[in-house]
Ligand binder design. Structure first.
Ligand SMILES: Cc1cc2nc3c(=O)[nH]c(=O)nc-3n(C[C@H](O)[C@H](O)[C@H](O)COP(=O)(O)OP(=O)(O)OC[C@H]3O[C@@H](n4cnc5c(N)ncnc54)[C@H](O)[C@@H]3O)c2cc1C
Length: 441
């Protein structure tokens, strides 16, 4: 085995992908340095301070099948039982639809849940169950990719079934409208969440903010393993040399630009940042263009702080035929009483509203649908305009290797089974780290 101290790996980006790479390398005793341009770690899954209240840049949900994410959170000191409110599979659109999976082994729990779902006719329930059985028979693999909408039509899923069940699932999982969303990627998610163990379909809602949940703990872990985590330290250029890569960081108010030399680099920056960094490196110009062609979808989270006694009938609740798609009661989830997070995923008419108007519309829907007549004490709208890549059919996603053998690419948008998710990000970071480990051992 070669001496680990001859190697030093740089990781550009301290989001979930970058920190997963850093933890995997640090645990194998490889020196790592993480560069994060923001003051805090977490990237698109980070805590945000507002009015002395800790929010997230967007309400996130994890699934029981996110095994890599859950394992890594535990590795850096988390406790899944305490860190999350864990809900068995249950989809409720207020007063309109309810799917509750009974306590049976998978996939019987799902089939029984579909057959007893409230709000659908018997024929629709049967068609939904048959659809799942048909997907099982083809092992959740299509001969070629088509849109989710086309797949649903091919399997006789009618308008109501699509609106009440499959469209909300597709938008929540892929953050992409069903007419353009990749059926194959959705099937990967359904395969792993609904067709695995019963616990794989559980929904996990964190009781803490997303920076604290993993990236901060991961940074502590990396430091304990002799690694370095630099925040507010943006990498501005990548310069390949024969067997090393030079990184130049941006000068700050208190320091001039630094240059650093590394044996390997993992670029786990957001796609836009990766394009900026790669375009000036001839060997990376091609992958830069591939990444630049990736389309995006937004996610809006509208936080409404109501008086403390206000609570929802469930910790997580959907609304039918409303601008608001999902509501989360942060009181029941994280002890932040009276705080409601309303999530609107993917493109839509809500993007035309000013934040003030959007918050008012959501509050109005809560009043009409749930009888919450109190006025919010404050609101905060967080619009992530490029929240995730648009998970469209046959989307070309870059692999984790590049033309430069010692420069690898991590991030939720890189090639993989999953849509843009924490699990996809974590898996990509760990894959890059394992690839480096395999070359130096
Ligand atoms: C509002 C919202 C809701 C979401 N909901 C869910 C959900 O419910 N479930 C789920 O699984 N996923 C969800 N996602 C997706 C999930 O957050 C992402 O897939 C994941 O966080 C991506 O992680 P990443 O590490 O690949 O990228 P990022 O989080 O984008 O990390 C990249 C990091 O690189 C840093 N960086 C950029 N340029 C440089 C540079 N030059 N030098 C140094 N650092 C740099 C950035 O600051 C950032 O911290 C949601 C995303 C959003 C925005």
């Amino acid at each position: 085995m070669s001496n680990n101290k001859n190697h030093h790996v740089a990781i550009i980006g301290g989001g979930y992908a970058g920190m997963a790479a850093a933890v995997t390398l640090a645990s194998a005793d490889i020196p790592v340095t993480v560069f994060e341009s923001a003051k805090q770690l977490g990237g698109r899954a980070r805590g945000v301070q507002h009015n002395d209240v800790l929010l997230d840049n967007g309400q996130h949900i994890l699934l029981g099948c996110y095994h890599h994410t859950l394992q890594l959170i535990e590795q850096v000191g988390g406790n899944i039982g305490q860190d999350f409110l864990r809900l068995p599979l249950q989809l409720t659109l207020h007063n309109r639809f309810e799917l509750k999976a009974p306590n049976l082994p998978a996939p019987l729990h799902l089939l029984a849940g579909l057959l007893s779902a409230k709000g659908l006719s018997f024929g629709e329930r049967l068609r939904a169950a048959r659809f799942m059985l048909a997907l099982n028979r083809i092992n959740f693999t299509l001969p070629h990719d088509i849109s989710v909408f086309e797949l649903l039509l091919m399997h006789g899923q009618g308008d109501e079934l699509i609106r009440l069940l499959w469209e909300p699932i597709c938008i929540a999982a892929l953050n992409t409208p069903i007419h353009i969303a990749s059926a194959q990627v959705l099937l990967h998610v359904l395969r792993d969440s609904l067709n695995g163990l019963r616990s794989d379909s559980d929904m996990l809602l964190p009781r803490m903010d997303f920076t604290a949940l993993f990236p901060e703990r991961a940074a502590e872990y990396v430091k304990q393993h002799s690694g370095t985590v630099l925040t507010a330290c943006s990498v501005e250029s990548i310069i390949p040399h024969s067997d090393k890569i030079e990184l130049i960081s941006r000068p700050t108010a208190v320091s001039t630009a630094h240059t650093y030399l590394f044996s390997h680099v993992i670029c786990a920056a957001s796609p836009i940042a990766a394009v900026r960094l790669f375009r000036t490196v001839p060997e990376l110009a091609c992958v830069a263009e591939q990444i630049a062609a990736i389309p995006y979808q937004p996610i809006y989270t509208v936080y409404l702080q109501y008086p403390q006694q206000v609570r929802l009938p469930h910790p997580m609740l959907g609304l039918d035929r409303c601008l608001t798609q999902w509501l989360f009661d942060k009181g029941q989830i994280a002890g932040q009483r009276g705080l409601i997070a309303a999530v609107i995923s993917a493109q839509g008419r809500h993007q035309n509203l000013k934040h003030e108007q959007l918050a008012r519309t959501v509050a109005q829907e809560l009043c009409e649908q749930l009888g919450i007549i109190e006025a919010p004490v404050w609101h905060k709208v967080i619009a992530e305009k490029r929240a995730t890549f648009s998970c469209e059919t046959n989307l070309s996603r870059p692999p984790h290797t590049t033309q430069l053998a010692n420069l690898l690419l991590a991030g939720d948008y890189t090639a993989g089974d999953y849509p843009a998710t924490l699990e996809g990000a974590i898996m990509s970071g760990a894959l890059c780290a394992r690839t480096i480990l395999a070359t130096i051992e």
